[in-house]
Write a protein of this length. Structure first.
Length: 400
């Protein structure tokens, strides 16, 4: 059996800023509200959904205990619907989509909801612990450094200077502000409280008044921890580097955020049965793992792998959504892919401007790509993210 995997819809919450409007809701409530919105939008018989696959990077506390199944039940979906929580660090939301696509292509399942959630205000990143970060013998063996040091290492090796990363961040804010003002983010579903009052209906993290002067005034975020010994670990592995150029700040790095996204994926036959018209088709997926110290360079290799699987070149891609974990990550991706400019990349800004609700971001980017492909009448899109441990993930979609 070999069926095509179609995207029938992709919706998301607004991205809430740290301790912002979404902080008043629990993660299960946020995800359940989004599931209800998806159900209502398509008059969906939820008994037809065979699984709900949700990415979550910090699956503890309010996000623990399989939040996918908890949200399905809390949303009042049919009791037959199963739920699964997956974690591939920042790639989790897109990995959930890719897993769903595999299920559909196998022919063993016909309709799945995939997506992701992380409410970083309520469940801080790293609160789940783990040996990579907290077990000394594992740190030493893997030559672990925090992601900010990795980003600064990428900048040092690539000759990306403070002006370069600040300029990229400024452009992200400009593009996101234009997209916000013009209503380009069609996939956003406003969140409403139990009294029918609006909680949030826009990406709260965007800073429309940001200037280059504001960005230049910010101090490096990772120089202090670099001086604690992490710089020496990076330099010990990359001996061509004499010192780390600490260029990343709170202004040119992705922001802490809250949010969730859901994507309805299925076979064409199931869509016909339910009278739901597909918006896109998933045509290739890929994951890779590269060096775990530099960590954040997986976007290019994962994208090349996904392109190769279907005999495509980056020139065949009309729109690219690449997660802005740090400015140097995207500058490296652009160089790796041989792109001349950012003309196709993050045309409506990215996580530097809008925030990065880590488990949800990949699924959010897929919706943003489809929105923009429809707005511009484009045909192909690529979504890609880096993830801790040196991993990268990519998904190629085609409009239908």
């Amino acid at each position: 059996m070999n069926n095509d995997a179609y995207v029938f819809d992709a919706i998301r919450t607004p991205r809430g800023k740290k301790d912002g409007a979404l902080n008043q809701l629990t993660p299960t409530d946020i995800l359940a509200k989004l599931l209800k919105a998806l159900q209502q939008k398509h008059n969906l018989d939820t008994s037809q959904v065979e699984d709900v696959v949700i990415g979550c990077v910090t699956p503890v506390g309010e996000q623990g205990g399989n939040i996918a199944k908890a949200a399905v039940q809390y949303a009042g979906w049919d009791e037959s619907v199963t739920g699964m929580q997956v974690n591939r660090f920042c790639a989790s939301g897109l990995e959930a989509i890719n897993l769903a696509a595999m299920k559909i292509k196998s022919g063993w399942e016909d309709l799945i909801v995939a997506g992701g959630i992380d409410c970083m205000s309520r469940v801080p990143m790293g609160s789940d612990g783990g040996s990579i970060m907290f077990e000394p013998k594992v740190n030493l063996k893997t030559q672990f450094v925090p992601q900010g040091i990795s980003a600064d290492l990428i900048a040092t090796l690539g000759d990306y200077y403070r002006e370069d990363v600040d300029s990229f961040a400024f452009e992200s804010q400009k593009r996101a502000t234009i997209a916000l003002n013009k209503g380009y983010f069609k996939s956003i579903i406003p969140l409403i409280d139990q009294n029918g009052l609006k909680i949030l209906d826009y990406d709260e993290h965007i800073r429309p008044k940001t200037t280059m002067e504001d960005l230049r005034a910010l101090k490096p975020s990772f120089e202090t921890i670099g001086n604690l010994g992490f710089d020496q670990i990076a330099i010990g592995k990359y001996t061509e580097v004499e010192s780390i150029n600490h260029v990343h700040t709170a202004g040119n790095s992705s922001g802490i955020a809250d949010g969730a996204a859901t994507v309805l994926i299925g076979s064409k036959q199931k869509g016909n049965e339910l009278c739901i018209v597909p918006r896109a088709k998933i045509i290739s997926i890929a994951t890779v793992s590269k060096d775990s110290t530099i960590m954040l360079t997986g976007l290019g290799p994962a994208s090349k792998k996904a392109l190769k699987k279907v005999g495509m070149d980056i020139k065949d891609i009309d729109i690219i959504e690449a997660n802005e974990a740090f400015a140097s990550v995207i500058l490296r991706f652009i160089d790796d892919m041989g792109l001349d400019s950012t003309e196709k990349v993050n045309v409506n800004g990215g996580a530097i401007a809008m925030g990065h609700p880590i488990g949800a971001t990949g699924a959010m980017l897929l919706g943003t790509a489809i929105d923009e492909m429809e707005r511009r009448d484009l045909n192909t899109g690529l979504i890609t993210l880096c993830a801790a441990g040196g991993m990268g993930i990519s998904t190629i979609i085609e409009r239908v």
